[in-house]
Design a protein around this ligand. Structure first.
Ligand code: LLP
Length: 446
């Protein structure tokens, strides 16, 4: 069963009508299907079953603790890119040996946190980072395990902002330099070599670029072996594309068939870091129409979700299908679906054909489970929406909607707010004159 499907005129998430969720949790709101996420995880795990492998879910796609927790229970490891993501996965009980730490700008504090936790490996992205990791491992008297992320110089057909595998991109290091880094690491008392890593980009729909990247990674592993450096893991990153418009599904059969053929004679463990392909199609953003506006040239459907809630259309020009939650017969219109923020770039869709919408109608923005909530911001002082998880017939609030007070929480300390909104430093609290009139000062004796 598709996670989001229609029964009569109603759109459902699993067995729950989305209109009932809008009533209960308000809009805008993210809604995810647990079954759909676990189905996608299970499908990938079955594909990889014949290989020594570890699926490290890429936390950046959707980092809600509840989702991390049930993925861990299903057997996932994690790919993290910050101290914050590391803390999240440790909080849900991830085994350190299932955690890989990627990213070009790891700080000393983040490296310390990773070494202390005993993570599987840091995917190193520069000579200077390797120096820092060695220095911190020496200081902490605990070895650090590393892979070097190579830049395979493989082109992947995707949006330029999410392609990472060419030499012009900031990610990884060229093969020759990687070999020098491995020699350096192998000679260090504090560093241990775990594997070879790469990641070529995101929303890639073809298998071929992954195979070219795997060939590059294998080549590095073989050259290392020739100089006596053995690696255990080959980390191929993530990037499997999903359906936003009418893309063909990613061919996991072919991916695993061709990967298995290449790894048949090799003893390596394959690590993959899928993000979007596990959660993207398993989530929607629910939003309500506020106004319908007509200018001479265009129709605008103004909804209560904006670019602060879902940034992808504004940032990448991404297409998300948008459908009515309750279908109604009637004419169709061509409209821009726009948010309430004061930016022309604040749109969810442009020139989209949809059933004539009226104020109060509910819409669902599809395939919003990946890079949706995690990219949300408070721009225009807008609280971020709640996240709701559906499993069979039940819905659970897995992150509450931010309140207006939340928005100011970090700005007011150490002052205290008074009833009249005036702030005073702590410890110098005076009774408000309004609450108790001050007695006139005693007149001094003449
Ligand atoms: N591993 C590494 C090292 C990555 O940088 C990424 C994504 C992944 C794994 C997961 O890739 P996925 O399987 O999700 O494609 N905000 C953009 C996507 C940015 C992807 C960044 N890196 C978007 O909304 O399309």
């Amino acid at each position: 069963m598709e996670a989001f499907h229609r029964r009569a005129d109603q759109l459902y998430c699993e067995d729950v009508p989305l209109s009932s969720l809008a009533k209960r949790f308000g809009t805008p709101a993210y809604v995810y299907s647990q079954t759909a996420i676990l189905e996608r995880f299970g499908r990938l795990a079955r594909h990889l079953a014949g290989l020594r492998s570890l699926i490290c879910y890429s936390v950046k796609a959707n980092s809600n603790l509840k989702i991390l927790d049930f993925l861990r229970r299903a057997g996932a490891g994690f790919d993290v890119v910050s101290g914050g993501e590391l803390l999240r996965v440790l909080r849900v009980g991830a085994k350190p040996q299932t955690i890989v730490f990627s990213g070009v700008g790891k700080t000393a504090a983040e490296v310390d946190a990773g070494i202390r936790a005993g993570i599987r490996m840091f995917n190193v992205e520069s000579a200077e980072e390797l120096e820092l990791i060695e220095e911190r491992a020496r200081a902490l008297q605990k070895p650090a395990w590393i892979s070097v992320r190579i830049n395979p110089d493989v082109a992947a057909e995707t949006h330029p902002y999410v392609a990472t595998g060419r030499v012009v991109h900031k990610f990884g290091v060229p093969k020759e330099e990687a070999l020098a880094l491995y020699t350096r690491a192998a000679g260090s008392k504090h560093l241990k070599v775990r594997g070879v890593a790469c990641h070529i980009g995101s929303q890639i729909l073809k298998v071929e670029p992954f195979m070219r990247a795997l060939d590059e990674v294998l080549h590095v592993a073989e050259r290392l072996l020739a100089v006596g450096i053995e690696v255990e893991d080959l980390d191929l990153g993530g990037g499997y594309g999903i359906r936003y418009v009418d893309e063909p599904g990613f061919d996991f059969d072919r991916l695993t068939r061709e990967t298995a053929a290449r790894l048949a004679a090799a003893p390596y463990r394959l690590i993959v870091e899928p993000g979007r392909s596990l959660v993207g199609e398993a989530g929607v953003l629910l939003t309500r129409v506020l106004y319908v506006k007509r200018s001479q040239q265009k129709n605008f459907v103004v909804v209560d979700a904006g670019m602060n809630d879902l940034l992808r259309p504004a940032l990448y020009g991404s297409y998300h299908a948008i459908v009515p939650v309750e279908e109604r017969a009637g004419e169709k219109i061509l409209a821009d679906i726009v948010g309430p923020l004061c930016e022309t770039g604040d749109f969810l869709a442009r020139d989209r054909e949809l059933p004539a919408a009226r104020a109060g109608d509910l819409l669902a923005v599809l395939a919003a489970g990946a890079y949706g909530y995690v990219l949300a911001s408070n721009y225009n002082s807008r609280p971020r929406p709640p996240e709701v998880l559906v499993r069979a017939g039940t819905a659970e609030l897995i992150r509450r909607r931010e309140s207006l007070e939340d928005l100011m929480a970090g700005e007011e300390s150490p002052s205290r707010r008074t009833a009249r909104g005036v702030t005073r430093p702590r410890g110098r609290r005076r009774k408000s004159p309004a609450a108790k009139p001050r007695r006139p000062a005693r007149r001094k004796n003449p």
